[in-house]
Structure formats: structure tokens, C-alpha cells
Design a protein around this ligand. Structure first.
Ligand code: AMP
Length: 113
């Protein structure tokens, strides 16, 4: 059996992370290499490799709701923030467990690189 993925190990508590919020189906923790003053990752507890592989609409809703709640909790809801889901190679995904980036606390440029 292959070893669980990095974010599964964070979800199980095997690997420590700076967890900022938890729900039944998902959790949020600080990115280890923040790209903005607020940079939090939101993941489902159940493994899915990418957004393409999340079959449950309720889990998708939970992920987005938690991203919104994290922005509020981190104090960037009013100033503004961005939710990003890098998907597969061209999307720049480096960890194969679906995750939402919540970025805020500075003006973010558009378009992304
Ligand atoms: P992506 O490139 O969209 O797949 O994003 C993966 C993110 O995971 C990157 O922003 C990394 O900095 C972050 N990351 C990798 N390992 C950890 C870790 N152990 N704890 C928190 N964030 C991590």
C-alpha cells in the first residue's frame, strides 16, 4: 500500500500544521511558504487528487464555505482576497490532494503568471 499523501497526513494529525479552522468534512491550515500576509489552504479530509476528482457537491460547498469563513476570520473579507484552486500540471498544482488557497492582506495582481 502506498504511503498517504502529505495533506492526508496533515488531516490525520500525523504531520503538524498551523490549523486555523476545522469542519466535519474539511480543514484549513496556514501555507508553509506564504505568498501573501494571509495564505491559508483549505482541504477535504477525504483524499481527492485534484478538483477534477471531488465527486461530492456537498464537499465542494463545504470547501468554498470554509474558504469564505477563513477570509472573515483572518480579517480580509472586506479588504478583499482570492480563492485559487491550482489544478494539474498547467494549473501549477504541486500537491496531489485538492486544496483551495485563500490569499489576502495585500493587493493581488491580475492576471496571474
Ligand atoms: P499547489 O502548488 O497549488 O499544489 O499548492 C501547494 C501548497 O502547499 C504550496 O503553496 C506549498 O507551500 C504548500 N505546502 C507544502 N507543504 C506544506 C506543509 N507541510 N504545510 C503547509 N503547506 C504546505
Amino acid at each position: 500500500m502506498s504511503a498517504p499523501c502529505l495533506f492526508c497526513r496533515i488531516a490525520s494529525g500525523e504531520i503538524p500544521a498551523a490549523i486555523v479552522a476545522e469542519r466535519e468534512s474539511c480543514l484549513a491550515f496556514r501555507d508553509i511558504a506564504p505568498q501573501a500576509p494571509v495564505h491559508v489552504l483549505v482541504i477535504p479530509r477525504v483524499h481527492a487528487s485534484s478538483l477534477n476528482d471531488v465527486s461530492s457537491p456537498s464537499v465542494l460547498a463545504d470547501l468554498l464555505a470554509l474558504a469564505r469563513d477563513v477570509a472573515q476570520q483572518e480579517g480580509v473579507a472586506e479588504s478583499g482576497y482570492r480563492v485559487v484552486v491550482n489544478t494539474n500540471d498547467d494549473g501549477g498544482q504541486s500537491v496531489a490532494h485538492v486544496h483551495l488557497h485563500v490569499l489576502g492582506g495585500r493587493a493581488l495582481r491580475w492576471p496571474p503568471g
